[in-house]
Design a protein around this ligand. Structure first.
Ligand code: FUC
Length: 790
């Protein structure tokens, strides 16, 4: 089909040109050290390098004689479609509430545990898919001096992940031959591509095979160039298949049920497709073999160069929107990443601030790799998991972790990467309406503190699962997407209906507290401490935001005026942020906070970050929040260090925030820069990336979070740490759909640009100077000049 091919080529060329033009027109260059690199292969999974295309995740080990690529597919989970709601649970709602109201919280907890949790108590687990193993027998078997593959002498080894290309490259010299492997996961082509080459002809000899940790799986040759690995997770559960296609240049290729054998080729390309029988959370009748065949059909006649070019154009279109530098360290690039990390672990991050810029870009890279339209959202391990029984099932935990994964999405200019999250929310609104009906006899939808591939929404595990505001928190991401993009179609057709249904659930379930007349959630739980309770601070803050945003959306869309009035009335009756006897922001309605409780969760500070309900504008509550923030002290898990970064950035203390970042490197960062909770958990990577952005740029709406009339306020360098005196960024985004570039030296802003829709206005704030600007037609605002007129 020449027309089709020609069309695609022209389109891809245009994408490349546009990306390139936008990039080079800017004064910033991509930081030279935007790569992770190592002088040795990975000894274990937690040292391997992650690749992903939003469907396939892969961890590359980079061994010299043996390459091992462990891989995942985002829809391979244990279980099958299932409704976790417990029939009859609704009968116990009133007694549980009554006991909580009487202060008999332990009894309430016992009843909740026995009758109110979902069925079964635990949700299902994300699964590893398989392992691609390549055993090299090169150089040529006729080359006697290097014939022993077990002890291959090699030099000049380098294993790197270049963030700007999303390509892992492994290179080394053995004898007089330089070998090179390039590996990437292509989103447009839905495959993992492995290219093996050498600088001399005839040097590529290997055998390749795939296997799976799932017992019920088997490999077989399905054609002269393709090997299939198929199996099922459990009887009646998901079926899966991967296909490995091999193309060689020169040499001989044989394939049988044990694998692919290549001898004396000049180069080889291995292409992996993987799929499961998952179609939707309610339908697992898919045909993974057919999907793999279709996917491979689309790539088998294309050259490695063509696959690479399409991948690069797609990846760079997203990745190159943002550049960040904290002052070039000319030596950083020459030091392997694990050694840089080691140095920072002892000397602190101030010894190598450009590692923080690398970490920020790595966070963006990980979101691009693990969250693309059509796939599942990034879970507790993103899309990377090698364990059959992963920590917390590697699912989506919604009392902090899933939301944290998406904190950088808008501000770090990766708005499209939210697509799988919004698809998940649509599913949850459907499954959560069953839980709302069965457990609460309410309209609308509810999600508690976890969900899985089957969109479980009922409370699970233990009483800490009885926390009804997980879905309401997710709604914040819908509203934020609108604030950052101004996409009214999205607001009308995707965001508002789901937000409205979430509000309906709370209108039906909030109960009046006898003493105060406040409307409170009950039963609820303040993550993850205390007993069952009513109206914890976090719930009130999340609901105040949800109600305000939903009213704002209704008003913007010109719909549902009566409903909005009802919401306003309920909003007015939510408990305010309470200040306790130590001057602290209270976590619960009762003033029972323990001073210096350094719990990892920062729940009552939700409205400081990621919410926006607590600002300098209310100095009483702001000061109370700062007391609680101080009590909470340092982080412990990776994500809890990460949360403290944007919180302290909002509180205006960049130095304390920087110290949390430094500790995150020191205590909870793996050699490959992935984050640790205790075990590997990706949320800290994303939370810290968002936190770094929050140090440099903050944006709010002018007054309340639901305000639709005010213009956005954009704070430049609001919490710049002393340890980052010099730096620059390009392309961070602000609410209102603006894009900002800034450069600072010795802690002072020296240049800045703001782009946005022509005619759009915002208020710029920098070190007490405030100026309102309007984007001119076809132009950008010079921020230094604008501030000079303030
Ligand atoms: C929450 C946290 C834990 C862990 C788990 C996945 O329950 O409190 O530390 O991150 O999610």
């Amino acid at each position: 089909m020449p027309y089709h091919v020609g069309f695609l080529t022209v389109k891809r060329l245009l994408i490349l040109l546009t990306a390139g033009a936008a990039f080079s027109a800017n004064a910033f260059s991509q930081a030279a050290d935007a790569r992770l690199w190592f002088a040795q292969p990975a000894a274990r999974w937690t040292e391997a390098l992650p690749l992903g295309n939003g469907r396939i995740g892969a961890m590359v080990f980079g061994g010299v004689g043996d390459e091992h690529i462990q891989f995942n597919e985002g829809t391979l989970w244990t279980g099958r479609p299932h409704d976790y709601a417990r029939p009859g649970a609704g009968d116990f709602l009133a007694p549980i509430r009554e006991l909580i109201d009487q202060g008999r919280v332990d009894e309430a907890g016992r009843i909740a545990k026995e009758h109110f949790l979902g069925d079964p108590l635990r949700q299902k687990a994300y699964q590893p898919f398989g392992d691609l193993r390549i055993r090299f027998t090169s150089p040529s078997p006729t080359d006697a001096k290097d014939a022993d593959p077990q002890s291959p002498p090699f030099t000049d080894y380098r294993r790197e992940l270049e963030l700007d290309s999303g390509v892992v490259t492994i290179a080394f010299r053995r004898g007089n031959v330089i070998y090179r492997r390039e590996i990437f996961a292509s989103y447009p082509d839905r495959v993992l591509v492995v290219h093996l080459s050498a600088d001399r002809p005839g040097q590529i000899s290997f055998s390749a095979s795939t296997d799976s940790p799932h017992q019920r799986s088997a490999m077989k040759a399905v054609s002269a160039d393709t090997l299939a690995l198929s199996g099922e997770v459990e009887p009646g559960g998901l079926r899966f298949e991967s296909r490995l296609f091999a193309r060689t240049e020169g040499g001989t290729t044989r394939i049988d049920n044990h694998g692919i054998r290549v001898e004396n080729a000049d180069a080889a390309t291995l292409i992996l497709a993987a799929a499961t029988s998952f179609k939707t959370w309610q339908d697992i009748s898919g045909d993974p073999a057919a999907v793999c065949a279709t996917v491979l059909g689309g790539v088998r006649d294309r050259s490695f160069e063509s696959l690479r070019e399409v991948h690069l154009a797609d990846h760079r279109k997203l990745f190159r929107r943002v550049a960040l530098s904290f002052g070039a360290d000319p030596n950083a690039e020459s030091i392997p990443t694990d050694r840089r990390l080691g140095r920072v672990k002892t000397a602190g991050l101030a010894a190598d601030p450009s590692l923080a810029a690398l970490y920020f870009q790595f966070g963006r890279y990980l979101l691009i790799a693990s969250s693309r339209a059509g796939g599942q959202p990034a879970n507790l391990q993103g899309i990377w998991n090698d364990q059959m029984d992963p920590p917390w099932e590697s699912k989506w935990t919604t009392n902090i972790n899933l939301e944290m994964n998406y904190w950088p999405a808008e501000v770090a200019n990766l708005s499209e990467c939210t697509a799988p999250l919004f698809d998940l929310i649509d599913d949850l609104a459907a499954s959560g309406s069953r839980t709302a009906a069965v457990h609460y006899r309410a309209r609308g939808w509810v999600l508690h503190h976890n969900t899985d591939l089957w969109r479980g929404t009922a409370p699970i595990n233990n009483i800490d699962g009885v926390w009804p505001t997980g879905g309401a928190w997710l709604c914040q991401h819908l509203w934020e997407h609108y604030l950052f993009t101004g996409d009214r179609g999205f607001l009308a057709h995707r965001a508002y209906p789901v937000m409205k249904a979430s509000v309906q659930f709370f209108l039906d379930t909030l109960t009046e507290q006898r003493k105060t007349g406040w409307l409170v959630t009950s039963p609820s739980y303040s993550p993850e401490q205390g007993a069952l309770t009513a109206g914890p601070a976090m719930d009130n803050q999340i609901l105040r935001a949800l109600f305000a945003h939903t009213r704002a959306a209704a008003s913007l869309l010109g719909v549902d005026a009566d409903f909005a009035a009802e919401v306003a009335e309920a909003e007015r009756r939510l408990p305010p942020n309470l200040i306790g006897r130590h001057g602290q922001l209270q976590e619960w309605l009762a003033d029972i906070d323990k001073p210096n409780n350094a719990h990892r969760h920062m729940s009552p500070l939700w409205a400081l970050y990621p919410g926006a309900g607590i600002t300098h504008a209310d100095s009483r509550v702001f000061s109370a929040a700062k007391i609680l923030l101080t009590w909470r002290g340092e982080g412990s898990t990776g994500w809890s260090y990460a949360w403290r970064i944007p919180l302290w950035a909002r509180a205006g203390d960049g130095d304390f925030a920087f110290r949390q970042l430094s500790r995150l490197f020191g205590r909870k960062t793996l050699p490959n820069l992935l984050d640790l909770c205790g075990p590997f958990q990706i949320d800290g990577n994303f939370g810290a990336a968002a936190g770094i952005a929050e140090l440099l740029l903050q944006s709010h709406t002018r007054t309340t979070p639901g305000d639709v009339d005010g213009i956005p306020v954009i704070d430049l360098l609001p919490a710049l740490p002393q340890a980052l005196p010099d730096g620059s960024f390009r392309g961070l985004r602000a609410r209102g759909g603006f894009e900002v570039d800034l450069t600072w030296r010795q802690g002072r802003l020296i240049s800045g640009n703001l782009r946005g829709r022509p005619g759009e206005s915002c208020r710029i704030s920098y070190q007490g100077r405030i100026v309102d600007v309007t984007v001119p037609a076809g132009g950008a605002v010079d921020l230094i000049r604008a501030l000079a007129s303030a």
